[in-house]
Design a binder for this molecule. Structure first.
Ligand SMILES: Nc1ncnc2c1ncn2[C@@H]1O[C@H](COP(=O)(O)OP(=O)(O)OP(=O)(O)O)[C@@H](O)[C@H]1O
Length: 352
């Protein structure tokens, strides 16, 4: 657990970057610091590993004040990932990842084999290990940066806008990868971003900071979206806060109809406006109207009980029928969520 106790940072020119910050980053969780440019996110992060020293207050690592630990010892237990990875340009990828093990005096073979294991773990082809950083894409370099930070298996990871220099698709996959890694590794992670969507996706808890380095709100993402503490937080969360809240609403209770599916060879007419055509093994093929014949229409799907209401609503919007196709864990049709069922679920979400 990392604890900020009334921490203030005043730079030499008098700028107060962080102002009496109280914050806890629990062990094994991702705590995200988010806020507009200049609100003191990076300063807060760097005070944890003493790249910057606090002016007042204390930061405790599992109850021990970091100010009392000498920086090299402190940093051995803290991985650090920055924007654009910050790799050493003249070292091969494998040696970049093995940097900290080398510093710790591991023998070369052991350090390299650890590096290879980590490259695989972050989803990189081992063949890339012999390349130099400039021979990798931005997203690959970022993965190397994460592997390097994990090399000595530190319990704490500090990540400063690690994914902000890559395009949105790569960024999404890096975020997914981090969540997958975290589910295996359970590190104590403090993650800095200015992107509220990234904060909400990754954070177990999200700390919203305002300029002047004051904490505006600390909450889990669901609470943050449902109950912003003040106008600043509300403004920062953006105007589609209601829609984004739906990503925390389960589809488990969403009522499904199972009488709206028909086999591919069906020629029967139906009073229903829309029917879902399915293969013999239960895979969706497309929507048809109550009248047989004619082109099949496209459909959107969601995993029932697994995906959120936001995904279900998206699935409905992708179908001209306005209905969403619910799939089971094997990708087979579990049923259909009609407009009415979605409306009921939305009304319930709005209430609670
Ligand atoms: N060495 C320094 N000397 C004086 N002021 C500084 C110094 N470093 C940062 N600051 C100021 O402290 C405030 C907080 O900076 P910090 O980099 O922590 O913010 P940030 O939230 O990480 O911003 P960004 O999202 O733009 O990276 C800013 O006003 C910045 O100008």
């Amino acid at each position: 657990m990392i604890t900020f106790e009334s921490v203030t940072k005043r730079y030499a020119d008098g700028t107060v970057a962080v102002d009496h910050l109280d914050l806890e980053a629990p062990t094994g969780e991702i705590t995200v610091l988010v806020g507009p440019s200049g609100c003191g996110k990076t300063t807060s992060l760097r005070m944890i590993n003493r790249m910057i020293d606090a002016s007042e207050g204390r930061i405790l690592l599992d109850g021990v004040p970091v100010q009392g630990i000498d920086p090299p010892t402190l940093r051995r237990g803290i991985g650090y990932v920055i924007q654009q990875a910050g790799l050493f340009p003249h070292r091969k990828i494998v040696d970049n990842v093995a940097t900290v093990p080398y510093l710790l005096g591991w023998d070369r073979k052991k350090a390299r084999s650890r590096a290879m294991e980590l490259l695989e773990r972050v989803g990189l082809d081992p063949a890339l290990s012999q390349r130099y950083p400039f021979q990798l894409s931005g997203g690959q370099q970022q993965r190397v940066g994460v592997a390097r930070a994990l090399a000595a298996d530190p319990p704490v990871l500090l990540m400063d806008e690690p994914f902000s220099a890559v395009d949105p698709i790569v960024r999404t996959s890096l975020q997914d990868e981090l969540l997958r890694l975290q589910s295996e590794l359970n590190k104590t992670i403090v993650f800095v971003t200015h992107d509220i969507d990234e904060a909400i996706k990754l954070g177990d808890r999200v700390a919203v900071l305002r300029v002047g380095g004051k904490l505006a709100q600390l909450a889990d993402p669901k609470t943050l979206l449902a109950a912003p503490a003040d106008d600043f937080v509300q403004e920062f969360l953006g105007h589609d806060r209601g829609i984004r809240r739906l990503q925390f609403v389960s589809t488990e209770g969403l009522r499904l109809r199972t009488d709206l599916t028909v086999p591919e060879d069906s020629t029967a007419a139906s009073p229903e406006p829309w029917l879902l055509v399915v293969t013999g093994d239960g895979s969706p093929v497309g929507w048809r109207t109550g009248e047989p014949g004619g082109e099949l229409e496209p459909f959107g799907t969601f995993r029932h009980g697994h995906d959120s209401m936001r995904t279900a609503l998206d699935a409905a919007l992708l179908s001209p029928s306005g209905y969403a196709v619910a799939l089971d864990a094997d990708g087979k049709v579990a049923g259909v969520a009609t407009r009415q069922a979605l409306d009921e679920a939305l009304a319930e979400a709005a209430d609670g």
